[in-house]
Design a protein. Structure first.
Length: 294
């Protein structure tokens, strides 16, 4: 008897032969460059993701997929009572189980793989800033959800947009300051207006240009805003105390987090939140994805 996703156990010689055959088969597939896709579609969840939960190392479930980082379960306080009105009131939130989040903002290369597959239908304007490792931009909220659906279909796993409670927890990474490195933006810590970089107020920087936060995530502050699942509410009044998305409020506008190259440092604080019409796009807005873990 073989149990994929919970480790391999055997109860007889037939089961041992099956397990050996599986391992040999995966070794061959790895040689052919397709093992990660097979592992991602294994019933019971990706073995790559399960290994990442134990090792803390990033994982990637297909050639076109983003690298994912496992974010541990925990508790934190979302928002702040002494902040801007959109950040109030402070709400205790429980992250009941680990989840995975893309290590970087989704890039042009990754987006175009979705276009090639036919799931994503738009090739946005790149403003002649380049493609490749630049973060994708000029996509609507529906475009962003289409991309997450592409990853789900490609891997057989559940990819989606983050909830804003998950996003803030991941951005804080155990810290309680505006930014994971402190309360002032400083120089060359992120891409925003007046952040001391060549891109300040001019455009996007390639993903991963700046140092990661303690969870190993890059560009959680600045570069491009990121679409959330949540419908817009002007404050945290009534926000869930578990990290699910808010489906009440104004669902024609969706929450965006992270700030961008265009805006001042305060707007890229981990607690800051804003909104954008779900059917419109902007050169300030991109995407990061979450992957549910068993």
């Amino acid at each position: 008897m073989t149990s994929i996703g919970r480790g391999i156990s055997t109860v007889n010689r037939s089961g041992q032969r099956s397990a050996l055959a599986l391992l040999l088969g995966l070794a061959l597939l790895s040689f052919l460059g397709v093992a990660s896709t097979v592992l991602a579609q294994t019933p019971g969840g990706s073995l790559l993701a399960k290994a990442a939960e134990k090792t803390g190392k990033p994982f990637k479930e297909c050639d076109a997929c983003p690298e994912m980082v496992v974010i541990p379960a925990g508790n934190y306080t979302m928002g702040r009572d002494d902040g801007k009105s959109v950040e109030t009131p402070a709400v205790p939130v429980a992250i009941l189980k680990p989840f995975a989040m893309s290590r970087y903002e989704i890039t042009w290369d990754q987006w175009l793989a979705c276009v090639e597959a036919g799931t994503c239908t738009q090739i946005p304007d790149d403003h002649e800033w380049g493609r490749g490792k630049q973060p994708i931009m000029n996509i609507t909220w529906q475009d962003a959800t289409d991309y997450a659906r592409f990853l789900s279909e490609r891997t057989g796993q559940s990819y989606r947009l983050p909830t804003e409670a998950e996003w803030e927890y991941a951005a804080r990474a155990g810290t309680d300051t505006h930014f994971f490195w402190g309360d002032t933006a400083g120089d060359y810590n992120a891409n925003c207006r007046k952040c001391g970089t060549p891109w300040d107020g001019k455009g996007n920087a390639p993903v991963g240009t700046f140092k990661p936060n303690p969870f190993g995530l890059y560009d959680m502050n600045g570069n491009v805003w990121e679409w959330m699942q949540d419908c817009w509410n002007p404050t945290h009044d009534g926000a869930p105390t578990i990290a699910r998305a808010r489906t009440d409020g104004d669902c024609e506008r969706r929450v965006i987090r992270s700030g961008s190259w265009y805006y001042i440092p305060r707007l890229m604080a981990a607690t800051y939140r804003d909104r954008h019409p779900a059917n419109l796009f902007s050169y300030n807005i991109g995407i990061r994805v979450v992957r549910d873990l068993d």
